[in-house]
Design a protein around this ligand. Structure first.
Ligand code: TYD
Length: 134
């Protein structure tokens, strides 16, 4: 599976660090929605779904967490622990987020507004949708 991670420029100086992200420049889509997760229990696993028409960039702006990506054929687990690094997730990818540190803040930039109809929350249906039923 092809994994795309963006390393955003850091505009740091002696006051500290600053990261700026511009749509269609630093990431490949226009941002319609931003959301973030914090105070996530360390034993909690979130996500467990795919999207039919949604691109996202995940940035762990504080702390760390792990992301499992699954395209129906391959699975990959990545660690997000850098506030200047963004993980791109395209359509039709099953994702799970887990192993959150107590201080983790996971920021998500999304290409579409929230739409429950865009979710595939059943793993078997996800495999069917991908045409990859085994
Ligand atoms: P949920 O889909 O359960 O989160 P996760 O994918 O991490 O398991 O979302 C939790 C709640 O938040 C649910 O009631 C839907 C709501 N929500 C919104 O209203 N807007 C959003 O953009 C998102 C991502 C969730």
């Amino acid at each position: 599976m092809e994994i795309t991670k963006y390393t955003f420029p850091i505009h740091g100086d002696d006051r500290g660090q600053l990261v700026a992200i511009e749509e269609m420049k630093d990431i490949p889509f226009k941002i319609k929605r931003v959301y973030y997760m914090y105070d996530t229990g360390t034993l909690v696993s979130r996500g467990h779904h795919a999207h039919k028409c949604l691109e996202q960039i995940l940035i762990c702006v504080h702390g760390s967490c792990k992301i499992l990506l699954d395209d129906g054929n391959d699975k990959e687990t990545l660690v997000l622990d850098k506030p200047y690094e963004g993980l791109y997730i395209a359509n039709d990818i099953w994702r799970e987020m887990f192993d959150f540190s107590e201080d983790a803040v996971l920021l998500v930039l999304a290409s579409q507004y929230y739409d429950e109809n865009d979710y595939i929350r059943d793993y078997e249906k996800f495999l069917e949708y991908c045409g990859r039923v085994r």
